[in-house]
Design a binder for this molecule. Structure first.
Ligand code: NAI
Length: 494
């Protein structure tokens, strides 16, 4: 039988120690009889050799061929030259869903374990879009922006991944976390698409929760949650909050799932302060390895290893970063040995992990694409230009600014309908207490007699050119209706 191949990158700092320990456990459980790990070169050594990608051509070829990467933590060079490999990999390979599992573990004392409150839930975080696109500009001397891009297909991908996982794990209720009450368009889309996708999973209760309330509820009653799906930045924050509920980042496994390529890694970093000292805790990477085994269908082996780990923790075996300070800590290697000795045993103080029959490694992947895929959700939408938001830099008083702008649009199909500053309406009406900065949104809408649909984007661009003769333009946003519904938000106070 040919073995399923997986790319393996040991990583930097404590990376080689924790990957070594995890692999020894996997080997002892028989994984290497069915899976071949192919080591690839990534990380600090590659950066140091002058490759700003931090990974060799061979590494890229191997990851693309195998479709799975098991990786230790990797350092990001601070300052110029070389971006975070972790972030680059997720984006380059479209690993759109970040899955983290947070569960109370025996021997890992937390306020919840002491109170007898069980914690066991998943956070599924959108991994590509949101402010993590890193699209940022300095608009005026005083004003900076970060563009928050959210797409319908991007939302659909992460919601479907979450709901499919919930179905596979028998999770009956999934929450969508959001801030759609404030970001009605972007988070509103995230929530709408969650509801739309959930219609295909009728057995799953689809609920939503506003992000700030979610944080409070998670801390007060973590036992009420089994799976939460979140946009990128909110998911980033909530997943670290969740790690705190179960004893820290050392116990949180992470999977980055894409259509073609998936990456399994620990959530902690390279821990340079303890690197090379046999002190690192390999639990996070081992638990990520178990997610990987389940991803390829090795359900029984994953259950067997999880039970051995739980028994080890239950018996109080611990590395220096956790556990009873009254009992001596063991090293990374000894911790792995302790797990290996307990393979075949089950935890006594909690329900063991299931060990189903299914255990044949397999990976279903679509064929390698020959061109970049274009993702679409809404294909039959009628779009009409109805105006333009022109953003300008100015320190003029409001009435003077409005007067200039009204004059500039006199001979165009548009009239000035709104001026806002930092999202708050200041013209035609506003409050004298609204403090201003040197950046204005000036909204022009079709005059009453002009029919939407009778013009394309040309008149808006001509208006922009006219305003540009008088003012410094910072940006321009055509206003469009989609199937008759406005594709733009109102100002605060409008
Ligand atoms: P870190 O997670 O490496 O260390 C924070 C603290 O936690 C340190 O005191 C460390 O000793 C401890 N720690 C972390 N993992 C541990 C483990 N397995 N066992 C015992 N103690 C552990 O975070 P830091 O210092 O912010 O980052 C160091 C480097 O790691 C940076 O270059 C950063 O870019 C990189 N990093 C890489 C990640 C990845 O590859 N996915 C994730 C986070 C950081």
């Amino acid at each position: 039988m040919s073995k399923l191949q997986i790319a393996l990158a040991p990583g930097d700092g404590i990376g080689p120690e924790v990957t070594g320990a995890s692999l020894r456990v996997l080997e002892a459980a028989g994984v290497l009889d069915k899976v071949e790990f192919i080591e690839v070169e990534m990380g600090q050594r590659v950066f140091a050799a002058g490759d700003t990608r931090g990974m060799t051509d061979e590494a890229i070829e191997t990851i693309e061929r195998t479709g799975i990467l098991y990786k230790g933590p990797m350092g990001t060079p601070i300052g110029g030259g070389g971006k975070s490999i972790n972030v680059s990999l997720r984006k380059m390979y479209g690993a759109f869903a970040n899955i983290r599992h947070f569960q109370s573990l025996p021997g890992v004392e937390t306020v919840y374990s002491k109170a007898g409150v069980p914690v066991d839930f998943y956070v599924i975080r959108e991994n590509i879009e949101d402010t993590y696109g890193g699209i940022e500009h300095r608009l005026t001397p005083d004003v900076f922006e970060c563009k928050r891009i959210m797409s319908a297909p991007g939302c659909d991908q992460v919601h479907r991944a979450a709901l499919r996982l919930a179905r596979r794990l028998g999770i009956a209720r999934v929450h969508c976390g959001h801030k759609a009450n404030i970001m009605k368009m972007t988070d509103g889309l995230f929530l709408d698409r969650f509801r739309a996708c959930a219609r295909d999973f009728p057995e799953i209760e689809a609920e939503d929760v506003i992000i700030d309330a979610l944080c409070m509820k998670l801390v007060l009653h973590p036992e009420n949650f089994r799976m939460v799906v979140l946009p990128n930045l909110q998911g980033d924050i909530v997943s670290d909050l969740a790690a705190g509920l179960v004893g820290g980042l050392g116990f949180a496994p992470s999977a980055n799932i894409g259509q073609h390529i998936s990456i399994f890694e620990a959530v902690h970093g390279t821990a340079p302060d303890i690197a090379g000292q046999n002190k690192a805790n390999p639990t996070s990477l081992l638990l990520s390895g178990l997610m990987m085994l389940r991803h390829i269908g090795m359900l029984r082996t994953a259950g067997v290893i999880e039970n051995a780990l739980l028994r080890t923790l239950e018996e109080g075996v611990h590395t220096g970063d956790f556990g009873d300070p009254g009992t001596p800590a063991v090293g990374t290697r000894e911790f792995a040995e302790a797990i290996i000795q307990r393979i075949g045993s089950k935890p006594q103080t909690r329900e063991p992990a299931p060990e189903p029959e299914e255990d044949t490694p397999h990976l279903e992947r679509p064929a390698r694409p020959t061109t970049n895929a274009m993702l679409r959700t809404f294909e039959q939408i009628v779009t009409q230009h109805v105006g333009a938001d022109v953003y300008i830099e100015s320190t003029l008083p409001i009435p003077e600014l409005a007067q200039h702008l009204e004059r500039l649009c006199e001979d165009t199909p548009f009239r000035l309908t709104l001026i806002s500053n930092r999202g708050t309406q200041v013209w035609p009406s506003g409050s004298i207490f609204t403090e201003l900065v040197d950046y204005w949104r000036c909204r022009f809408e079709l005059r009453d007699h002009t029919l939407a649909g009778s013009l394309g984007q040309g008149p808006g661009i001509s208006l922009l050119a006219k305003i540009g003769e008088k003012f410094t333009i910072t940006d321009f946003q055509p206003l469009k209706d989609y199937d008759g519904r406005p594709g733009y938000s109102l100002a605060q106070g409008q």
